[in-house]
Write a protein that binds this ligand. Structure first.
Ligand code: WTA
Length: 656
């Protein structure tokens, strides 16, 4: 994979075609600059104008931004709205029969769901939740397969002002339990199983396990959507079938009008400690971010067929599946399965069959599809595509070029979108009818987003120099706090030493080149990015040391051709340092153990055993040495502060 140095010297530039510019929502550089200037001249008037234009308010706001309790910012906070109403009801009169969702199952069955049908399903399920006693402000945990019903469950919560917390279906029972307890969830919505790549994975059984561990007494009901029909254990009266619950429910459910700042959802994400944090989003500001980014970056057109491949378990699946496309009144594809099932042409076939015009996926998917069939896209008709997107991790220039020339046939701009769970929507990404693209750069901030690269004190660094990526002014879609942990929110995102705590600190390092383009270099904290998924090294370490065999563990990332980063664990066992067969056995045990503790995305790629870990005399683990070892680099760093230099030799043996 290209190093950051070679990316920075990227000379290839791809300006939009005249044809694209002519039809673009933001047409030409001048139009982009005009928006930026508008924001610059009167920041609050800019956001107020957009909020009035894009959102239907039940009660219009008069305040734009309240900074009195910074960094707990409030936007539009005397306004009232309902997000589900904005996503569904407002389209019914003019677009009720328009397809909202084209769903394709793992096995290839296709269902079209109109706005009217989706609205009815959401209302029925919202009434079902009410029948279980779910009220405005209550938390509902959603642990569902990637199907229409996952969106229905989320929208139903929004409709009644319940706060959902979606947990990705790949997370373990322990993770489900931890999140349910932290959120204080009263209901869990799940399915018997999920299907991906021709395989079934338990969901309900995992929820049962999570609840059997105890501590989650807040959960009164488990609602189960019957998907595969697998036999599952049943706990009466706690468990309720989805289909039975909605059976007699009305297809009308008045939305609950909530304050603009009412929490729409929390979503757990990894940070630099062992405990995932519950990122809390607002209703109006979040919705606005989703909508303007679809308008500007995805250049939304009413006839588009939009397809974002992210699972609703991640922020991308919230903003660009469950909310954004619906709020815009668009048509989108939702796909249950895996990109490589039944073969590596599946994505291209879906694009062909459903005439997808805007396609949004992750570099890890692109890299694996290149590997499994670089020439496959040519066998499909991809002429419907007009715009491509990338998200989740830096895209290496080779993958970018393949995506551009082979998938987009050198016709479709690629929007490389930098943003985070915390920012809610795109922050730095090319406005495709305005900005010339450079492979590997997410280019320029969205209008109104004051992004910068600064040093430890918050001073701007010169072009070409790395620094911390910050956003200098509050923006509507940013997280409002961490659920149950306002202190951690302040310390993590608004540290006092950077500009007195007034900047949002993203946790990424970045550089700008002379011409102002942004280049993201990676995390500055102990967070790994494995296949575009965030994972804290501490989380994996705590999972490892929870195993009775393990005395100590340190986890680092190393570059990986497909996944971006692979997980390497350095482990000290109690009493022994296994070798040969025994090492292989224990490695297998520990890998499965971590998958059970956190979820299979956290399964270490490699484990190495030592009698100890490289530590300073004060006992601090020297992670930079471990990173070098993991990469197979010769240690050139100064090791004189190391208490036990001999250990490096031991840990230098490749693991398995
Ligand atoms: C990384 C996903 C480079 C970054 C939306 C960020 C990226 C983290 C890009 C957030 C990109 C996301 N280029 N890096 N276009 N997009 N990242 O919260 O390190 O799952 O901090 O949100 O992914 O991951 P999260």
């Amino acid at each position: 994979m290209a190093t950051i140095e070679s990316i920075l010297h990227e000379k290839r530039v791809f300006p939009p075609s005249d044809e694209f510019v002519r039809h673009a929502n933001v047409s030409g550089l001048e139009a982009y600059r005009a928006l930026c200037d508008e924001a610059q001249q009167d920041y609050l008037a800019f956001w107020a104008r957009l909020a009035r234009q894009h959102i239907d308010w039940h009660k219009p706001f008069t305040h734009v931004l309240d900074e009195t309790n910074a960094p707990f910012y409030k936007w539009f906070d005397d306004g009232e709205l309902n997000v589900s109403w904005n996503c569904l009801d407002r389209h019914l009169a003019t677009n009720g029969n328009k397809t909202a969702i084209i769903f394709e199952s793992d096995e290839g069955a296709v269902t079209h769901c109109s706005y009217r049908e989706l609205h009815a399903q959401v209302c029925r399920f919202a009434n079902a939740l009410k029948s279980l006693g779910v009220k405005t402000g209550d938390r509902v945990l959603i642990y569902m397969p990637m199907r229409i019903e996952a969106v229905v469950a989320m929208q139903a919560c929004a409709r009644i002002g319940a706060i959902h917390s979606v947990v990705f279906g790949g997370f373990s029972a322990k993770s489900v339990r931890e999140r349910a307890i932290n959120a204080g969830a009263c209901v869990i919505v799940t399915a018997d199983q999920q299907t991906r790549g021709g395989k079934q994975h338990a969901l309900k059984t995992t929820v049962d396990e999570a609840l059997a561990m105890g501590g989650a007494d807040c959960v009164r009901h488990v609602v189960v959507y019957r998907h595969t029909g697998a036999t599952i254990a049943w706990n009466t009266p706690r468990d309720r079938w989805w289909h039975e619950l909605i059976d007699n429910q009305s297809a009308k459910c008045d939305p609950v009008w909530v304050n603009a700042e009412h929490p729409l959802f929390t979503l757990y994400t990894s940070g630099s400690t062992g405990k995932p944090k519950g990122v809390q989003h607002s209703s109006a500001g979040y919705l606005l971010g989703a909508m303007v980014s679809i308008q500007w970056i995805f250049d939304f057109k009413p006839h588009d067929i939009f397809w974002c491949t992210a699972d609703v378990g991640w922020i991308t699946g919230h903003t660009y599946v469950a909310y954004g496309p619906l709020a815009m009144g668009g048509t989108q594809v939702i796909f249950e399965g895996a990109p490589t099932y039944p073969d590596a042409g599946r994505f291209w076939k879906i694009i062909q069959n459903h005439k997808v015009s805007v396609f949004y996926t992750a570099p890890t998917a692109i890299r694996s599809l290149i590997k499994l069939g670089a020439d496959l896209p040519a066998q499909y008709d991809l002429s419907s595509l007009r715009l491509l997107g990338s998200v989740g991790e830096p895209i290496n220039p080779e993958a970018w070029m393949w995506y551009y020339t082979v998938v987009g046939q050198s016709r479709c701009p690629i929007v490389d979108t930098w943003w985070q769970t915390e920012t809610g929507s795109h922050m730095i990404a090319p406005t495709p009818g305005a900005i010339a693209l450079k492979p590997g750069s997410c280019t320029f901030p969205l209008p109104g987003i004051d992004a910068a690269v600064v040093d430890e004190a918050g001073h701007a660094v010169p072009p070409g120099q790395g620094g911390f990526l910050v956003i200098k002014r509050p923006f509507p879609s940013q997280l409002r706090t961490l659920w149950n942990d306002p202190e951690r929110f302040k310390q993590t995102y608004f540290p006092k030493d950077i500009a007195g705590g007034s900047y949002y600190l993203a946790g990424d390092s970045a550089q700008r080149s002379e011409d102002g383009y942004f280049w993201i270099m990676g995390r500055t904290d102990d967070v790994l990015n494995v296949s575009g998924h965030r994972l804290g090294t501490m989380e994996v370490e705590s999972a490892l040391v929870a195993n009775p065999l393990v005395a100590e563990a340190a986890v680092v990332g190393k570059p990986h051709e497909i996944k971006g980063e692979a997980i390497v664990a350095f482990v000290v066992l109690k009493g022994i340092r296994p070798q040969g067969e025994q090492a292989a056995e224990i490695t297998a045990t520990l890998r499965d153990w971590v998958a059970r503790e956190i979820g299979s995305i956290a399964r270490p790629d490699e484990i190495r055993f030592g009698d100890n870990l490289p530590k300073t005399r004060s006992g601090k683990i020297m992670r930079r040495l471990l990173r070098a070892l993991a990469k197979g680099e010769t240690i050139t760093q100064d090791t004189s502060t190391l208490e036990n230099p001999a250990i490096l030799e031991q840990l230098n043996q490749p693991g398995r």
